[in-house]
Ligand binder design. Sequence first.
Ligand SMILES: [Zn+2]
Ligand SMILES: [Zn+2]
Length: 203
Amino acid sequence: MIDFKLYDGTRNSVYGETLLEAIQDIAIVSNNQIQCEPRPGAVDIDGFNLVKLIEQYTLRAARGQILIDHALEIIDSIPEIRKGGETKIFLFEEDTYSNTCSNWCFGGFVPHNGKKYVLISMARINDKIHLKDVFDHELAHSCGVPRPKRRNTYYHLGGHCSNDLCVMRQNDDLVEARKYAYARHNARAPPFCRQCTTNQRFS
Ligand SMILES: [Zn+2]
Ligand SMILES: [Zn+2]
């Protein structure tokens, strides 16, 4: 069983519904049952309000962006959120930047103080096909994909997979990332290559 806890700060249920599709991908590939509370796409006022509060506190007004490192500090300081071993997923509407990516970033999987967090901004991902790839990619990272020292991997912002049309390749350019998502989609490529699938089977 793999557990996720969702904090959805978006007003549009399409983000949660797309997340649910990605969770189903991971369930099939890992041959594991997955539980996500609350169900993605459902109304969760408390979670929504919490994310809005975090956005307010971490928004840098002059840039109109939230500093994701600051958001992570706040999230990790709330005992109610920290408790439990499940991966905590946060969806933001505000655009984000970080101390390491100074212009902007999607966010992603960030292990922190022994906890697993996935923080993702929807601000620049206005495409469902691209978004599902982003979710598949970050959720698989949270499950330890790709495994360290595996063949066909490279290190760029963490370990990534170099196999053709695998969703675990890293694209930090927005246009390239969307192009790659469409190349995968048009080729009807499965989300994960054989090696990344195996990495999830034996987790
Ligand atoms: Zn990655
Ligand atoms: Zn792969």
